[in-house]
Unconditional design. Structure first.
Length: 294
């Protein structure tokens, strides 16, 4: 049987989720009413249900993020929300707090969020043994490290293919909460690392002034899709639940064409598309049809 390869797109809301699927996404990930790592990208249970209904028309999937650290007084509310998500047909939850594994929850599929800091084979084995079907790997891993993890565990592996890159390992950064009590692990990162700073040496002399010393450039490893697939990746994730709809549509369309070229070419004997929908792209940049050439 051919291995299914997936494009996983961000969905800020119902409209973006539908747009992502229409652009070629095999799955989308979206926030619920609470407990997502993007507190400004929440959605009602009713909207998530509508997205599930639409996605399933094309055998696409909907994953809901429940990937913040939970306080004790939130556990019951979270448990009840998970039951509601299960009842509307959500395909999986992306989680960080291991307390969810101890809750009285339905038999819903669980994915370990990148917030659980997944960067070595021992951690991935622990998560698999704990009940995770899929692990979202740390963005910082190279092909050799990914292959090593894949060869030592049969858990599904997901990897970010485009998007922002933090200076710290996901789940291990406390800069935001230390500087202003907005916790990245509670969905409220202030992104202090994106601000300009001065670099001052031990003698008080300013070596670099007003520069973005901690802000890493966004990354794009789409050209490595064939190598990542051979290393063991089955899901390519686009970062950006706070991005606008144009960003989502363009990224999904671009990756769909890149992945399809591989699936219909050198990968056709071993791999296949994860959903059943088909897209036609009609953008034409012909000079005689443009009005911006002067």
């Amino acid at each position: 049987m051919k291995k299914k390869i997936e494009i996983l797109a961000p969905a800020k809301d119902l409209i973006q989720g539908i747009a992502a699927i229409n652009s070629g996404a095999d799955a989308v990930y979206i926030g619920a009413p609470q407990f997502g790592a993007r507190s400004n990208a929440t959605n009602s249970i009713e909207d998530v249900a509508e997205l599930v209904k639409y996605a399933h028309l094309f055998n696409a999937q909907v994953f809901v993020v429940v990937n913040t650290i939970l306080y004790d007084n939130e556990l019951e509310t979270c448990r009840q929300m998970i039951w509601k998500l299960y009842e509307i047909g959500v395909d999986a939850l992306i989680v960080q707090d291991m307390s969810i594994m101890e809750m009285d929850i339905p038999p819903i599929v669980l994915h370990a969020s990148t917030q659980t800091n997944n960067r070595d084979p021992h951690k991935i084995k622990f998560l698999k043994d704990a009940g995770m079907k899929r692990v979202v790997l740390a963005r910082e891993l190279n092909l050799h490290q990914i292959k090593e993890i894949s060869e030592t565990s049969d858990v599904e592996l997901e990897f970010f293919v485009t998007g922002a890159l933090c200076v710290s390992f996901s789940g291990n950064c406390y800069m935001s909460v230390a500087n202003g009590e907005r916790s990245a692990n509670r969905g409220s990162c202030a992104q202090n690392c994106r601000l300009p700073y001065n670099l001052i040496d031990g003698h008080g002399e300013t070596l670099i002034k007003n520069s973005h010393l901690l802000s890493i450039k966004d990354f794009d490893v789409s050209d490595q899709i064939p190598n990542l697939i051979e290393a063991g990746i089955c899901s390519f994730k686009i970062e950006g639940r706070l991005k606008d709809i144009v960003y989502v549509k363009n990224n999904v369309s671009y990756l769909r064409q890149k992945l399809d070229a591989f699936l219909q070419g050198e990968g056709r004997e071993k791999y296949t598309k994860a959903s059943s929908g088909n897209c036609t792209y009609t953008f034409d940049s012909s000079l005689d049809r443009s009005f911006n050439r002067g």
